[in-house]
Design a protein around this ligand. Structure first.
Ligand SMILES: [Ca+2]
Length: 147
């Protein structure tokens, strides 16, 4: 199973391009995250109103309501701006993007690590850090919520 090595900016650009290209107004998007741990157990985390603010607001994250089979670990990053190597928007004394070699909506730093090239991918579930061998982030229109 290969792992795509996005740098933070590319990752953001892909997200932004998708959201801009597909948003026609008041559509909402669901973020569906599929996780597989080292023992092959699968989990999912779903957020029903995934949004990223514009560049002027630092691509801040908002998530909507959570549903899933694991803890709501991404919530910790909600409202955080995106941090990259050259834009330290996190609350840590250092730059979390430097530590983890990738961009993310870091706070100090994160409760989930889904985009880290040289460390274990992982997700905090209560007091357990679940190491992951596979992560998929899927963004799809929330059809039933269209006005
Ligand atoms: Ca910092």
């Amino acid at each position: 199973m290969g792992r795509i090595k996005f740098n933070g900016v590319l990752f953001l650009m892909v997200l932004q391009i998708f959201l801009v290209a597909t948003t026609t107004g008041d559509e909402r998007f669901e973020l569906y995250i599929h996780l597989v741990d080292l023992d092959g157990r699968t989990f999912n985390a779903r957020y029903d109103d995934f949004k990223i603010s514009d560049e002027d607001n630092g691509y801040a994250l908002s998530l909507g309501k959570f549903n899933g089979t694991i803890e709501d670990a991404m919530r910790y990053s909600e409202n955080m701006k995106f941090t990259t190597f050259d834009h330290d928007n996190d609350e840590d004394d250092d730059n979390c993007a430097d530590w983890f070699e990738s961009g993310w909506w870091y706070k100090a730093c994160s409760d989930c690590y889904l985009n880290v090239p040289n460390r274990n991918l992982g997700w905090w579930d209560a007091d357990n850090y679940i190491s992951l061998k596979e992560v998929k982030m899927i963004i799809r229109p929330k059809e039933e919520m269209k006005k």
